[in-house]
Ligand binder design. Structure first.
Ligand SMILES: *Cc1c(COP(=O)(O)O)cnc(C)c1O
Length: 364
């Protein structure tokens, strides 16, 4: 161990994000980015904020990102949220990091599904939070009754990652009722792709003071490069997040991020159009993969989780890479034979299918 290091640093096993190649000619289906550009209104808002000479960047941004919180509250007006029920951060990964520290470090272990977003155990390692994994069933579904265990909090991604499977929002409410003294964190990174109407747990926060919903603009709003996420919950939960945030970084969102995020969230029509296009491509890609013999989990997200009974996942990934197509593989016990494939444009999905027929055909 390096003598300069905090001993904790030596014990960390950091999260490894999907590859961001320096070459731009890959078809990137490995990190669930949106294949479409962000709302033109978001781009215009950044241009305006920048102005002729960028002089506004001399000044610190609003530490409370009020413009963005107002846009979030307005977007969910049917649930009559106040801005005090909204927290914002530098990507939802930062929101999650703050929530784990502020709300999930108690005496008892927190509960996580055995297959879920692999950043959650990393936060536990960073903060010394014990966790217990609860196995998904044989179909990779969450069963709420498996979570009848004493706990210091529960974290669910819904739709789950990397499976894409969706738990009905009523089940989230039922779990919040089973454990009224635990925080139930629901990570809705992909929920905008769940269907025509979005089954969000934000509908439950008024009734359940223990539900914290975390969202990102990286996927459905096509702004992964901007780094904006947010959380919605009871004012007391949000106050805890703010206390940690203001003990760490007063300005997680810069000026361009605040105006662009507010504009993107305000452009509901654009979100409708792009998420519908992604869901349509997903349906077509699902059918093509099944046609090629893949087992594909039902997906409520912008990716498919698929395995081929006769071809090794890692071998397929490498063969795709040689053909300029990136997909993601997780080398964990239950998922080692699966590939996670982001839904691209129809052209990108077409190129994937062509490459796969070539690869599977050649290996026969
Ligand atoms: C992509 C993703 C995030 C992180 O999103 P950022 O806002 O880009 O940090 C969080 N949770 C899940 C489940 C994700 O897939």
């Amino acid at each position: 161990m390096n003598p300069f290091w905090n001993p904790l640093v030596d014990r960390l096993s950091p999260y490894v994000p999907g590859e961001q190649p320096l070459r731009s000619d890959f078809i990137k289906l490995n990190t669930n980015e949106n294949p479409y550009p962000p709302s033109p209104r978001a781009v215009a808002a950044m241009r305006e904020e920048l102005g002729e000479d960028g002089a506004r960047l001399r000044l610190y941004p609003d530490p409370d990102a009020k413009a963005m919180k107002t846009a979030v509250a307005a977007f969910f007006s049917e649930f009559s949220l106040s801005v005090n029920q909204v927290f914002v951060g530098n990507g939802s990964d930062e929101v999650l990091a703050i929530a784990f520290l502020a709300l999930l470090k108690h005496d008892r272990p927190i509960l996580l599904p055995d297959v879920t977003y692999s950043f959650y155990p990393v936060y536990c390692g960073l903060y010394g939070i014990a966790f217990t994994t609860v196995p998904l069933d044989a179909e990779f579904q969450v069963n709420i009754d498996d979570y009848r265990l004493k706990n210091g909090g529960i974290v669910l991604a819904n739709p789950n990652a990397p499976t894409g499977c969706l738990l009905p929002v009523e089940e989230i409410g039922r779990l919040a009722d089973i454990h009224p003294c635990s925080v139930l964190l629901v990570d809705e990174a992909y929920v905008d792709f769940a269907g025509e109407t979005t089954p969000t747990a934000i509908a439950l926060v008024k009734k359940h003071a223990n539900i914290l919903v975390v969202r990102t603009l990286s996927k459905s709003h096509a702004l992964a490069g901007l780094r904006v996420g947010y959380a919605v919950g009871d004012e007391k939960l949000i106050e805890a997040l703010d206390r940690v945030k203001n003990s760490f970084n007063s300005f997680p969102l810069d000026r361009l991020a605040i105006v662009a995020a507010a504009a993107a969230i305000g452009d509901a029509a654009y979100l409708e159009k792009t998420r519908a296009a992604v869901m349509k491509s997903r349906k077509a890609l699902f059918a093509r993969l099944v046609g090629m013999g893949f087992d594909v989990l039902p997906s409520a997200s912008n990716f498919l989780f698929a395995r081929h009974p006769r071809h090794d996942a890692r071998a397929i990934l490498l063969a795709l890479r040689e053909r300029g197509i990136l997909v993601r593989h997780f080398d964990a016990p239950r998922t080692a034979q699966y590939l996670r494939i982001s839904v691209g444009t129809n052209a990108q999905c077409g190129a994937l299918i062509e490459a796969l027929s070539d690869i599977l055909g050649a290996a026969r």
